[in-house]
Design a protein around this ligand. Structure first.
Ligand code: GUN
Ligand code: FE
Length: 467
């Protein structure tokens, strides 16, 4: 890249942009020009470009060849890339199976035996490339990954995410107690390997031209499988390296009861993490299904984010998270697939299940005449669901100044959606160009066949165009 001309324009799109300006404000910009510079950042946005002359005038200011403008059809649009704030890379082979058991039994019977296999690099080589490819194809431009306890294959996952051009947070998992004897580590090893992992990932890439793509994240599996001593040490590591942290919180009732047996001196699950220095503005906690008001206040106070994983919460019968309540209380929320607790790798499916979950909460509360029901804003709306999948996720990973929507200066992580990509419910009305309707249909009926191009930091990394 030419450092003398950092503002050289490398791509220009002309057409419709759809993105979230806030939780409730979904902006649809038609006839818009969007230019990306050579570092992958959005250099300009020009709205209401209604004729060729105006288009030419603007383009000529940027010394960009007019004929290279990517012109979207009336039934195509750009959408910010999806952010999966919670997924387990090693569990991909189990996706779609093992939904007959609740969390703790599910972990022991299906999950730990599979995760143990990643002591072998050749096993990881069979799974991880396919997973990262498939996530990109599903439009997940940023993913927050749990790997396993194994250092070498966790490093491999980080290398792979970088190689494939995805934005990612990768965690080597920590677990030193209440785990199978062949899938456990000592506290000392766990801390030592985690520090080595952090240094390795930080060295994978220099921070040039803006943000790094691949980040390490400290990953105590959950307070069940981490000793007090381990959690204390991980809290210190997080401080020392200014690292984000991810774990599971309040997913399942049996899990919560186990936590109160393990930590009888602490009042609740959230406080267990807080007590060990694991809650800060860079912490992502998956699930948060059964939180008390007191816990939610602590979550808000520490400014941690909740990764809502509705597919998983339904599939392994953990419960229904009241996202409306979290949002009303000012808590940050993003979406997660939670493979393979959740059977689908697709954030589109997470959006649909989040929609259903919010309606279940609403219907149960209505039926019970529950006072806490927010009657003016009942279930989640399309703008809100879109926000959770993009900007909400960006807030959780502390990249809301870098990605999540199309503001000038942000990095271009985007999906070029094509409603006419295949014979589908999206194109029943051939001549239809009602963009709001097309967008809604894509969110509820679309799939990866509608993703013509997937961009991360301005670079095309997936999509039907590349197949
Ligand atoms: N809690 C601890 N480990 C896991 C896991 O792998 N998946 C889910 N859904 N919950 C967990
Ligand atoms: Fe999980």
């Amino acid at each position: 890249e030419n450092s003398k001309m950092p503002n050289k324009i490398s791509k220009v799109f002309y057409g419709t942009l759809i993105h979230s300006l806030s939780l409730t404000n979904l902006e649809i910009l038609q006839n818009t020009l969007l230019g990306i510079d050579s570092s992958g950042k959005i250099a300009f946005i020009e709205k209401n470009v209604l004729d060729e002359n105006t288009l030419n005038n603007i383009i000529s200011q940027w010394e960009f060849p007019q004929q290279e403008v990517i012109r979207l059809s009336k039934r195509q649009f750009l959408l910010p890339g999806f952010i999966d704030t919670h997924t387990h890379a090693p569990q991909y082979p189990n996706a779609g199976t093992g939904m007959d058991l609740p969390l703790l039994d599910w972990l022991n019977k299906y999950t730990f035996p599979l995760e143990r296999s990643y002591s072998s690099l050749s096993f990881a080589e069979k799974v991880y490339p396919m997973l990262v490819n498939n996530l990109l194809r599903s439009g997940t431009t940023t993913a927050v990954y749990f790997a396993t306890i194994h250092l070498e294959t966790s490093k491999y996952l980080a290398r792979l995410v970088k190689e494939k051009g995805q934005r990612g947070f990768i965690g080597k998992v920590n677990m030193d107690c209440n785990s199978p004897e062949d899938y456990i580590e000592t506290c000392d090893d766990s801390v030592e390997l985690t520090e080595e992992f952090i240094k390795y990932v930080l060295n994978l890439e220099k921070e040039e031209n803006g943000s790094r793509l691949v980040h390490p994240i400290i990953t105590p599996r959950f307070a069940v499988s981490c000793s007090s001593q381990l959690m204390d040490s991980l809290g210190l590591l997080a401080k020392q390296y200014n690292m984000p942290i991810q774990s599971h919180l309040s997913e399942n009732v049996a899990e919560i009861n186990f936590i109160s047996e393990l930590f009888p001196h602490l009042p609740d699950y959230t406080t267990v993490y807080d007590h060990h220095g694991l809650l800060n503005e860079k912490t992502i906690m998956a699930h948060g299904v059964h939180l008390s008001l007191k816990e939610r206040k602590l979550i808000k106070e520490r400014n941690i984010g909740i990764s809502h994983c509705p597919i998983s919460n339904f599939a392994i019968c953990s419960g229904v998270c009241n996202v409306r309540q979290l949002l009303d209380e000012g808590i940050k929320v993003g979406l997660g697939t939670d493979l393979s607790g959740g059977y689908s790798k697709s954030i589109l499916n997470a959006i649909r299940n989040a929609n259903i979950a919010s309606r279940v909460v609403f219907m149960s509360a209505s039926k019970a005449n529950d006072e806490s029901l927010n009657k003016s804003f009942p279930y989640l709306t399309l703008p809100e669901l879109t926000y959770l999948a993009t900007m909400g996720g960006a807030e959780l990973v502390n990249l809301d100044k870098i990605i999540g929507n199309f503001l000038i200066g942000k990095e271009f992580d985007a999906l070029l959606v094509d409603a006419d990509a295949y014979q589908s419910p999206l194109d029943v009305f051939d001549d239809l160009d009602d963009i709001e309707r097309i967008f809604e249909k894509f969110i509820f009926l679309g799939d990866e066949r509608n993703l013509k191009s997937v961009y991360v930091k301005g670079k095309k990394v997936s999509g039907t165009d590349l197949m």
